[in-house]
Every structure is written in C-alpha cells, then in structure tokens.
Design a protein around this ligand. Structure first.
Ligand SMILES: *[C@@H]1O[C@H](CO)[C@@H](O)[C@H](O)[C@H]1NC(C)=O
Ligand SMILES: *[C@@H]1O[C@H](CO)[C@@H](O)[C@H](O)[C@H]1NC(C)=O
Ligand SMILES: *[C@@H]1O[C@H](CO)[C@@H](O)[C@H](O)[C@H]1NC(C)=O
Length: 495
C-alpha cells in the first residue's frame, strides 16, 4: 500500500520534472487519495450505528451513538448544549419548584429559574432545585393588555437575558414555565433533528382551538416550552426589546416572542410532543392517545386532575417517570392488537394505561382520544386541535381500563416489562353482558418490549405492533402482551 508521506517525499524529489516520474507521481498520488478515502469510508460504516438503525427500526445497543450525518460538522447535541430558562416568580416558586425538581438534574442541566426577587427561604433551597437568577427591571417597557399580567414582559426577556450570560457551547435556548415538566432525553431527541446553526423555533400549539384562535396558531406556547436555536437567538435578542413595546397589547410572553419571530420571518416548527395542556378536567384521554412523537413536556398539571387515579399530582408524575426512565422514547406510545381467539381489542399507551375491549374496534377509533377533558377557557367539550370521541354513558360501550403499576428493565436495560392493574371508578356501573363478564376477570396486563431506539424518530414514523403472547388458559386473569416493530404488510385489520 502506498504511504502518503512517501508520496510526499517522492513529490519533493521529482520537483526537477522528469516526464515519466511525473506520471508515476500522479498515479501514486491518486492511489494514496483513493486508499485514504476507502479507509475513512470503512470506518464510517463499521462504527456508525446509524447505518445499522436505518435497516432495523429498533436497535438496542447504541444509546451513545453519534448522529453526525453527512454534511454536519458537529456532534450529537447533548444536555450540556442546552440552556434552560424557567419563568417563575418569588411568590410561587416554593410551590412550583416541586415540578422542576422532578426533572432537573443538579450540576448537569444548565440554566436558571428567573424570578422577580429573592424567593423566601432562598438560603435553604434543596440542591435539586434549579438555581435562580433575578430578572432585570422591566418597568420601562409597555404592557397594555387589560386582562393579563405585566410579568409577561419579564418572561419574554428570559431568552435574551439567558443569551446575554454568554455561556460556552450553548446550541439551544429552551424556555418553559415553573409548572412545566420536561422529559429531557426526548427533548434532546427532538432537538437532534434540527441544526442549531440554522434558525429554528421549535414547539407546539395549545390543544384548545379557542386559545389558538385568540392567541395564535403560529406560536409555540410558552408553558409547553419551546426551543430557540443559537443562530435564531442571536437575531432575536437584537429586536426583542422593541417587540415587547410594539406588541404591548399581547397577553403572553410567548406571544411577544412570536411577534419578533414574525419580524425575523421564522415560523414555528411544530413538534407534537410539547404539551401546553390547555385543558380542564381529566387529562386521561389526552395522555392515553399520544400522537406518534416523543413526549417532550407536560404543563398546567395543577389545573387538571392527577394523571393517575387515587394519587396526588406529584406522586402520579413520579409514577409516570418510573416507566419513562426505563424507555424514554416509548413513553405514552400507542400499540394496538387483537386477541382473535377471544374477540378482544387491546390498546396500550406504554407506561401509562391499557384499554381492553371485549369486541373488535378499528385502529382509527382506538387512536382517537377519549373526551375526558374540557377546553381551557370555556370548559366546553371542544373543539381541540385533534379529534376526540365521547366517553359513552353505556358501560357496555366503554373499555375496561388499566393503569401502570410497575415498570422494570432487564440487566442490560435492553428490554422492559411494565404491568398495568385494572381500575374501576366507584361510580362506574359494570356492563352485565357475558363477554364483559369474562373480560373483567382480567386484573392485570403485562407488556414487554425492546427499548425503543431514539434514532427511530428521525425515520418515517410508524406505530409499533403488538400481540398477545399467553393465548392459553392463564390469560383469564393476567394477559401478557409483547410490543414489537410491525412486520411487512402487518396491519391492525379486523378479519
Ligand atoms: C456533550 O458533547 C460534547 C461535545 O460537543 C462533549 O465534549 C461532552 O462530553 C458531551 N457530554 C456528554 C454528557 O455526553
Ligand atoms: C454541584 O456542584 C457544587 C459545586 O461544584 C457542589 O458543591 C455540589 O455538591 C454539587 N451538587 C450536587 C447535587 O452534586
Ligand atoms: C366479535 O365481535 C364482533 C364485533 O366486534 C361481533 O360482530 C362478533 O359477533 C363477535 N364474534 C364472536 C364470536 O363473539
């Protein structure tokens, strides 16, 4: 094999131009370049897990994989590249920080909660609490929205004050409220889809159409959280203060920020995992019908019922996190299967709930959220930015429901097993049809699955399939289901 350094020496010695030597030189140089190129290609394919993942939707062995795609000159975005700005106030911080403390990783997550003044008991905040900063005075700005609060001005400036800290290696500025729960692995999965060197504004709408109509469809709602790439933040900070005065009549900080985005000309890139949770009542229907996208955030949890029955809000979030931590990408993801022997339909919302129907229900229906909640402003049954179906009064038209009660993963962390226990509301009447009677013998569901590789989210989305694995006698009390990638031509189709 030709050594490129030898070729270089050869080049130096042939500088006296002999035609034959020159030809040999050209040949050797070409050979050297070709060799180098093939070596680097070999290493690319041998060590890039991405190339493996493209052929198989689930890979388990490459959590540390590098997402450097062709043409990208930077490595995978990790938590150290994200600067988080939480909008808070001194008065409510001691209550609200319980939400931040669920997901904040001391000395790992970078960022601050921005308060109007020192919070009471500031000397003895636990280490799990995000560190705080006091926002600059904003009394010089205009705020003219009659039904809102001036604090929106201070909140809108958090992205600017965060940028102006001038911290190293920040690729994304992520904004949230003091009652936003972020799911950090999934936040990174989503951010890794986008190049921080370009101008990106990533987030989600309100679930309540009335909110989107009043505030905007073009904006990333602040409570659901949004991400601003470094390149965009650099432009945003130049115009933000002016926007705050120009959009003084806007209610929220997120709307003022969007006013600026509009001036820069950057639309919101919608990601369905950001949840403003602009709903009232029971969030069950929303959570049990999550779209096919990683769960990035939940907000407004003080305004909806606890997400698990019979538990406090914080306890229920901790429960959801026990499953989430075992397989972040799979959290709340849907899978449907039929048990054709027993004529049943099973809908799994992984890490949260299972629904059992003693008859066959179309996938189209199963993927539609139950309307267990109302709109944010008017407490009506809709409309929402997604379809809902009513919870029928007739108990024979409702599924039996199960809630997560245990989650574990195997030694390697490659596979998980979650368990769901039957839940009956005291007020629920039971259906007395024989098929329901037999189904109500099922007290538990077990669900096994391989850990879902985050790389799946950069490929074309497809809901995963499932099957009942203990079809025999034991399945009267405990049904074991396996979730897996769908086979070719496999569909959820009634016979
Ligand atoms: C994050 O990426 C940087 C490179 O940009 C690297 O130096 C650092 O070790 C990574 N951190 C973690 C926690 O993986
Ligand atoms: C965070 O870092 C500080 C200073 O480096 C240290 O004193 C503190 O114990 C660390 N906290 C945790 C929870 O690791
Ligand atoms: C199975 O369920 C369908 C409706 O989903 C019903 O029409 C059919 O009669 C059921 N078959 C049996 C054997 O119970």
């Amino acid at each position: 094999m030709s050594d490129p350094f030898k070729t270089w020496k050869f080049f130096v010695s042939t500088i006296t131009f002999k035609p034959l030597d020159l030809l040999v030189f050209l040949f050797k140089t070409t050979l050297a370049i070709f060799t180098l190129a093939s070596i680097s290609l070999f290493f690319h394919f041998a060590f890039s897990n991405r190339s493996i993942c493209l052929s198989s939707p689930v890979c388990n062995n490459n959590q540390q994989q590098n997402f450097v795609a062709s043409g990208q000159a930077y490595g995978r975005t990790n938590l150290s590249h994200v600067l988080i700005g939480i909008g808070g106030s001194a008065k409510t911080w001691n209550e609200r920080r319980r939400y931040s403390q669920l997901w904040w990783r001391p000395n790992v997550t970078r960022g601050y909660v921005w308060l109007d003044e020192k919070p009471p008991g500031s000397e003895k905040l636990p280490p799990t609490s995000p560190p705080y900063k006091i926002s600059e005075d904003t009394s010089r700005f205009k705020y003219t929205c009659g039904y809102g609060s001036r604090s929106a001005v201070r909140m809108a400036r958090i992205v600017k004050e965060s940028f102006e800290l001038g911290l190293d290696n920040v690729r994304w500025f992520v904004m949230g409220d003091d009652d936003t729960v972020f799911f950090l692995e999934n936040l990174l999965t989503v951010l890794n889809k986008y190049d921080h060197n370009q101008m990106y504004y990533v987030g989600g709408n309100s679930e309540s159409v009335e909110q989107d109509v009043i505030h905007s469809y073009n904006m990333a709602y602040g409570g659901g959280g949004f991400a601003v790439s470094y390149a965009l933040a650099a432009e945003l900070v130049k115009v933000l203060d002016g926007c705050i005065d120009r959009y003084a009549a806007f209610y929220g900080s997120d709307q003022k920020v969007q006013g600026c985005m509009s001036e820069i000309g950057i639309p919101v890139t919608k990601e369905l995992g950001f949840h403003q949770v602009d709903i009232r009542g029971n969030p069950y229907g929303l959570l049990a019908a999550h779209p096919l996208a990683p769960l990035v955030s939940l907000h407004h949890l003080d305004y909806v019922q606890p997400i698990f029955p019979g538990m406090t809000r914080i306890e229920s979030l901790k429960k959801l996190l026990t499953a989430y931590e075992k397989d972040p990408s799979r959290a709340l993801q849907h899978s449907f299967c039929y048990d054709l022997k027993r004529n049943r339909s099973i809908s799994v919302s992984w890490g949260y709930s299972v629904q059992l129907y003693p008859y066959l229900v179309t996938a189209k229906k199963l993927e539609t959220a139950f309307s267990t909640f109302q709109s944010w402003r008017t407490w009506k049954n809709g409309p929402f930015t997604f379809n809902t179906r009513p919870v029928e009064k007739d108990p024979c038209e409702r599924p039996l429901t199960y809630f997560l009660d245990h989650a574990e993963s195997d030694i390697n962390g490659d596979r998980t097993q979650t368990r769901y226990a039957r839940h009956v509301e005291e007020s629920d009447k039971e259906c007395d049809r024989p098929d329901y009677g037999r189904a109500s013998g099922v007290k538990f569901f077990g669900v096994s699955s391989a850990k879902l590789n985050p790389a799946i989210w950069s490929t074309a989305p497809r809901r995963q399939c499932c099957e009942v694995v203990n079809g025999g006698e034991g399945a009267d009390h405990f049904v074991q289901v396996k979730i897996r990638g769908c086979r070719r031509y496999e569909t959820v189709t009634p016979p």
